[in-house]
Design a protein around this ligand. Sequence first.
Ligand code: DGL
Length: 267
Amino acid sequence: MTVSPDAPLLFFDSGVGGLSILRPARALIPTMPVIYAADRAGYPYGTKSEAEIAARVPALLGRLVERYRPRMAVIACNTASTIALTGVRAALDVPVVGTVPAIKPAALQSVSRVIGVLGTNATVRQPYVDRLAQEHGADCIVLRHGSAALVDLAEAKLRGEPLDPAIARDALAGLLDQPGGDRMDIVVLACTHFPLVEEELKAAAPRPLAFLHGGDGIARRIAHLNGDNPWPATATPGTAVFTKNDPDVAALRPGLAQFGLERIEFL
Ligand code: DGL
């Protein structure tokens, strides 16, 4: 069945992190209609339990799909994807794209065979990550570190606030100070918030490190799954939907506009 050109793509994250997935998707498909949903009422996800995420995310996405009738849903969040992807797919009647740590491309590229995975605390402890490491990086040392402060840093950056350089430094030290960390050559940004502070991470790195995330691959996956369904002839402003209103939402408005999200609504 052909979908209407106006049927939007629904991007979902706990906060602004999914913008790092929206950006390459919009670059590939410039006229895609966008609904960007941020679960501020549930933020942050990375410090929550598996049970909380697994219960919350499919229910919330169900409400969003009912309201916005998207052609596809993109879970633009590693924490939600590594924990709740199966539950979300079972709950929705539209195609679902998840975001999982880019361990496969990192293992293909690493020369030193030591890879770092920087994510949320919840993501780095997932069996999903164990499986990716076993399948694609069996001959690599895969170091992991979870940072909640780096998630907050990305949110603060989008609000235009001054940033403390110690936060990026500490997050990288969490990997570099582990056994083998001195040989690490690639860091997988396994939380969608982190590409938004890649500049800060690069500046904080004591030596050159490559940073990798899955945004471009997800953009290609969206285009592939969309198949021949038509897109609009011209671009329209996107809508950001929040599950809670608070003063930070107003502070985010200019940052969201830079990503083409000019309207704000609440669920
Ligand atoms: N952006 C999300 C992720 O990829 C979650 C960050 C959070 O809410 O802790 O993992």
